[in-house]
Design a protein around this ligand. Structure first.
Ligand SMILES: Oc1ccccc1CN[C@@H]1C=C[C@@H](O)[C@H](O)[C@H]1O
Length: 337
């Protein structure tokens, strides 16, 4: 029994506070901290296509089932992640038995089978799904990201993913999820895609704003303008993958340079404290539109940012340090009135 007030308690009147989980999160010290601070979880990798459906006739349910069982036992919400994405998808999806590219109809059928099987298994246990992840191109001059999905099946596959999910679980909330969604040029392209889905009567209920931010972005005005813009679509807004990197954004992966500093200096930590304070101040201001805030990973002990974009460069993006202790930024997030 743990009577310590956590993030979820401080934000009880605002929105659930979630965290991305993996196998390590479900036991010991990390599970204790998770249950103290959070009331929603998202499987970091366990429900991605390459993990849960590695071969055409093979589903791998074990880890996803254990995460969902953990949530059921502890009365946590579960956000499903993700049903259609250009990354972490196994090659077999796109190849026929002779190793040639599949036809459009075959690909649509495979996607329908995948979504029907996965969403159907967790019906009533996963309340929200990141149906479509990162479909907007990184090049501001382009609109949709070119992927094997689009190459073979065309743009209609994007709407189909939502329809397949809605058909099998009409009660699940269906989200479009993306990153850098506060950058004005990407904000307008995300807005255009989501507005088209809404106007076409596609069953979409929300926009997932990943929130992979840094001490350099977003600005307060970019964050507020993005919230206003997306809120005008009348959909729920979830912040789905929040972390605040102490390094500037880099798109291309690279290795850590010899002598490259990766310490959390007092100057960097002061900037991170100010950024987290601003972020949660804006979140509280827009509480009528925001219905979930999820951090991507639990503590600085492990972050996906330790490997991306710079392999081996330690990052410190979260509210708990490597000893699972609350950082200074934590107290700025919870100390409001
Ligand atoms: O995939 C990316 C590529 C470039 C920039 C950002 C991203 C963010 N992408 C997210 C980050 C981590 C993964 O675990 C999540 O599933 C993904 O949604």
């Amino acid at each position: 029994q743990n009577n310590t007030k956590g993030l979820k308690d401080y934000y009880q009147e605002f929105f659930p506070i979630g965290v991305a989980v993996n196998g390590r999160s479900l036991a010991g010290q990390e599970a204790h901290l998770l249950l103290q601070e959070f009331n929603s979880i998202t499987p970091e990798n366990a429900m991605k296509m390459e993990v849960i459906h590695p071969r055409k006739l093979e589903y791998n349910w074990a880890l996803a089932d254990s995460i969902v069982a953990f949530a059921q036992k502890n009365r946590l919400r579960v956000r499903g992640h993700t049903l259609l994405w250009h990354e972490q998808v196994p090659d077999w999806f796109f190849l026929d038995d002779q190793g040639a590219p599949v036809t459009k109809d075959t690909l649509l059928k495979r996607l329908k089978d995948h979504i029907t099987t996965v969403v159907g298994r967790y019906k009533g246990k996963v309340y929200a799904w990141d149906v479509l992840n990162e479909a907007i191109d990184d090049n501001p001059k382009q609109f949709l990201r070119q992927s094997k999905w689009l190459e073979i099946a065309g743009e209609e596959i994007l709407a189909k993913a939502f329809e397949y999910a809605h058909e099998v679980d009409p009660d699940a909330l269906l989200f479009y999820n993306d990153y850098n969604s506060e950058r004005p040029e990407k904000r307008e392209r995300i807005y255009r895609l989501v507005k088209k889905l809404v106007d076409d009567g596609v069953p979409i209920h929300g926009i997932g704003l990943q929130g992979h931010w840094s001490i350099f972005e977003p600005s307060t005005s970019d964050l507020e303008q993005a919230l206003e813009r997306y809120a005008s679509l009348g959909l729920q807004l979830h912040f789905t993958e929040l972390d605040v990197s102490v390094y500037p954004w880099e798109k291309e992966r690279r290795r850590k340079r010899p002598g490259e500093i990766d310490a959390l200096t007092p100057a960097l930590e002061e900037k991170q404290i100010a950024q987290y304070e601003m972020i949660f101040s804006v979140f509280r201001k827009y509480k009528s539109h925001i219905t979930s805030v999820t951090f991507w990973n639990l503590s600085d002990r492990y972050s996906w940012l330790d490997h991306y974009p710079v392999q081996g460069r330690k990052n410190y993006p979260l509210l708990f340090d490597r000893n699972l202790e609350r950082k200074k930024a934590y107290y700025k997030v919870v100390d409001f009135k």
